[in-house]
Design a protein around this ligand. Structure first.
Ligand SMILES: [Zn+2]
Length: 207
């Protein structure tokens, strides 16, 4: 199942997500059909691949719970040069991961600002200059409740920090100087209106 991705301006993107205490119980959130974690993760991957993303956090589909999914892909460049004909993203997946109740600890003081970042909830906005730890340790549970601790760096570390921010109600734009936001003022206002219209639609549908 593909979930609609919540847009900039939706309050769920600004809420601090709560921990998942029982990994075997269906996720119950008002306005959301109860769903088991395993199915939820599958749906989040479907939604992420459909939107051609590298990561997706639960708040981005309207669920303020501490979980995100992420994929590693092969041959990144090919997609750009393929004359508009994009291969199904799923065929390029090298690995996919589910992070439940993640905790992040930086392993070195050094921050890196050189990547261009974007967000499925803020379509069309890509900016470099977001400071992220270059190396970090992430502790999390997988879908089976097994606890993991992994050290990662560079690109993966960046994606994880971006997704982790979503669980704290933060967006990558928050890390950028306000004059950059001014450039996108109109686009952001349009997203805000769209986000509100979607919430109104959900309310009218009784969800
Ligand atoms: Zn994002």
């Amino acid at each position: 199942m593909i979930y609609p991705i919540r847009l900039y301006g939706d309050p769920v993107l600004r809420s601090k997500s709560r921990a998942i205490t029982d990994l075997t119980a269906p996720i119950q959130v008002p306005g959301f059909k109860p769903v088991l974690l395993e199915r939820l993760a599958e749906n989040m991957f479907d939604s992420m691949f459909e939107a051609r993303g590298v990561g997706l956090a639960a708040p981005q589909i309207g669920l303020p719970i501490r979980m995100f999914v992420m994929a590693e892909y092969e041959d990144e460049e090919e997609e750009e040069t393929h004359e508009g004909k994009k291969k199904p993203l799923r065929s390029r997946v090298k690995a996919q991961h589910v992070f439940i109740n993640p905790r992040i600890t930086p392993l070195a003081k050094k921050k890196d600002r050189s990547y261009t970042e974007g967000c499925l909830s803020i379509p069309g906005v890509y900016e470099e200059g977001v400071p992220r730890w270059r190396e970090l340790n992430i502790q999390y549970h997988d879908l089976n409740g097994v606890e993991h601790s992994e050290d990662v760096e560079d690109y993966l570390a960046r994606v994880m920090q971006h997704e982790y921010d979503h669980l704290e109600g933060k967006l990558f734009l928050d890390h950028l100087p306000p004059d950059i936001l001014d450039e996108y003022r109109k686009d952001l206002a349009a997203m805000h209106r769209k986000a509100r219209a979607y919430l109104k639609f959900l309310k009218e549908r009784g969800e």
